[in-house]
Design a protein. Structure first.
Length: 154
């Protein structure tokens, strides 16, 4: 999580290969950086791993504990197209059902510009990149007066 209370998991676009292996990647200047998802709860880890496996881009987790009673965590990710957004949402919902997390509430599937999956304590937003940049919900939710957290990259 960064100083705003967010956890960012970034993925390079599918058409770009990293130039150096991850083990040789340079260390970040940010003293709070941690290259793991150890700080995530099991439900959050399940969702983030599924999104990552399905090539979602720019995965961000925002800790809302103490900020909102709506949810404990927001997970935000981007898909490359309408079809990719719909597939990401479908795969996350299937993984949740298989793991026994009940019936998630889903909004936005017909258009697949912005799909919201409400799992109770965790709310997942999957956007097309243009829609995500327009609404910029990371900025709305990550403003934190206490300024705690660290960033995690995959």
């Amino acid at each position: 999580m960064d100083h705003k209370g967010t956890l960012a998991l970034s993925r390079q676009p599918a058409h770009t290969a990293p130039e150096t292996p991850q083990s040789e990647a340079p260390a970040s200047a940010d003293a709070h950086e941690d290259n793991s998802t150890d700080s995530l709860l099991p439900l959050e880890t399940l969702i983030v791993n599924k999104l990552d496996d399905d090539k979602a881009q720019d995965i961000v987790c925002i800790d809302l504990r103490g900020k909102s009673s709506v949810a404990d965590t927001l997970i935000i990710a981007s898909g490359r197209s309408h079809r990719h957004v719909g597939a990401l949402a479908d795969h996350v919902v299937r993984a949740l059902k298989e793991a026994g997390h009940g019936k998630a509430k889903i909004e936005g599937l017909p258009a697949c510009d912005w799909v919201l999956i409400d799992v109770g304590d965790v709310v997942v937003h999957i956007f097309r990149p243009e829609v995500r940049s327009f609404y910029n919900i990371e900025k709305i939710w990550s403003l934190s007066p206490e300024g705690t957290g660290h960033t995690v990259s995959v």
